[in-house]
Design a protein around this ligand. Sequence first.
Ligand code: AMP
Ligand code: TRP
Length: 339
Amino acid sequence: MTEVVHTPRVFSGIQPSGGLTLGNYLGAIKRFVDMQESGVETLYCMVDLHAITVWQDPADLRHNTRELAAGYIAAGLDPTKSILFNQSQVSAHAELGWIFNCVARMGWMKRMTQFKDKAGKNAENASLGLFGYPALMAADILIYHSTHVPVGEDQKQHLELTRDVATKFNHDFGVDFFPITEPVIEGAATRVMSLRDGSKKMSKSDPSDASRINMTDDAETIAKKIRKAKTDPDALPSEADGLKERHEARNLVNIFAALSDQSVDAVLADVGGKQFSEFKPMLVDLAVEKLSPISTEMARLMNDPAEIDRILGEGSNRARTIANPILQKTYDIVGMIRS
Ligand code: AMP
Ligand code: TRP
């Protein structure tokens, strides 16, 4: 069989299940913007169907979906360059998701660490949707024949499963139809850690608000959280090796590097030897300079929800024109009559 060459297409998604954090920004959105500017076709989704795998209050879900869209746009995603939309408006995601539920195996899902983390001790009481979450995620990506997916480190296992689903589908039906997607996990901040505990991921679900920087935080709040961030008593090293066992120090340097578009080595060449009493104010200035215009713009955009809804509607129309022919072809390969 001759191998089909797929044209580059980028897809990624974020759940509208709460506020955006600095982790979402540096690990995902900032890199979505870089890919948009690189000239390839880019689709960025608010994955509302994924969000409801755990309980969401309907009014909050609506608000969070609009706020996520505002965050995307405020951070530099341009609806005329990228396709911005919410997942539930493009029903092909759910339809292909069902087919992938029949391709993926129970054993694959049971190995997913995110399911284990989110279901916790009471896995019997988790929704069936939470268990099958990665099959829908594979559908999000493959319904566009996407070739590249920018995400943070925590999504690596889900992207491996996406490759397994594509491989098994192609093999079972004897086709070369779905591409084997490349994860793009790059940059200095693929795993931003909690400001209170350098061994834990920065997360919107952490009960402590001081553990994270929210994209809606104002300048004063950002400054306060960085000043209070946990550190150690030593001076900064001049090389990255010196940060190995220093989780909190490494996290703040990674954040500085990602916000200033430099490598960790370049940052340390500059700040090596400084105490945190000197480095933290530098980080405060940088973070406020880069993040507060985004939160201001988000607030402005949120004043006009109808305009956000219009953008999502238009993005969904554009997404459907790519997804629907791929869905039809999939049904045909599987043997469904379409009359
Ligand atoms: P979520 O908020 O779980 O839907 O995550 C959306 C995107 O942000 C995914 O690509 C995650 O990998 C990324 N992300 C979330 N938290 C972090 C973090 N602490 N560091 C880096 N990337 C993150
Ligand atoms: N699972 C991702 C997260 O929690 C969100 C997501 C859903 C996603 N579908 C996707 C990310 C497709 C990339 C591509 O962060």
